[in-house]
Design a protein around this ligand. Sequence first.
Ligand code: NI
Length: 157
Amino acid sequence: MPYHPLTDTDTALADGRADASSTTVLVSRRETFNAAHQLRDPTLSDAENERLFGKCTNLHGHNYVLEVVVTGEVDPVTGYVFDLKQLSAVIWRRIIEDVDHRNLNTDVPWLEGLIPTAENLALAFWERIRSELPDGSLRSLRLWETDKNWAEVGDRV
Ligand code: NI
């Protein structure tokens, strides 16, 4: 009987994994930066800002952690979904070089007019890198503001 190599799907079904066509591979890069911010709406009074944001209205800093997750097919030549050194380079060029050791309220033109909450920063960061990555490959972006708090942006599935 001639040798017939199993297809990927055959192998996946034979060894008990789910249907290979529904399998997703995710890879992620984590980068860090330090920045200062204050949660303050300049159109509101000091009292109103204090009511909304408490002590976060005062200028203070965070050691932010940024995690970017991408997805795609595993390249049969490299074995990569995405070269994470390249992903790192995109994150640095589009985001970190602009925000590291900066005041996020005053120093970053593309954050102008935003209250720099983790949510707003994550949305702005998402827009900064999505266009630099292959269509549909950016899965999620999570910004840790502290060990306890993060905000995440992702495409609706
Ligand atoms: Ni803060």
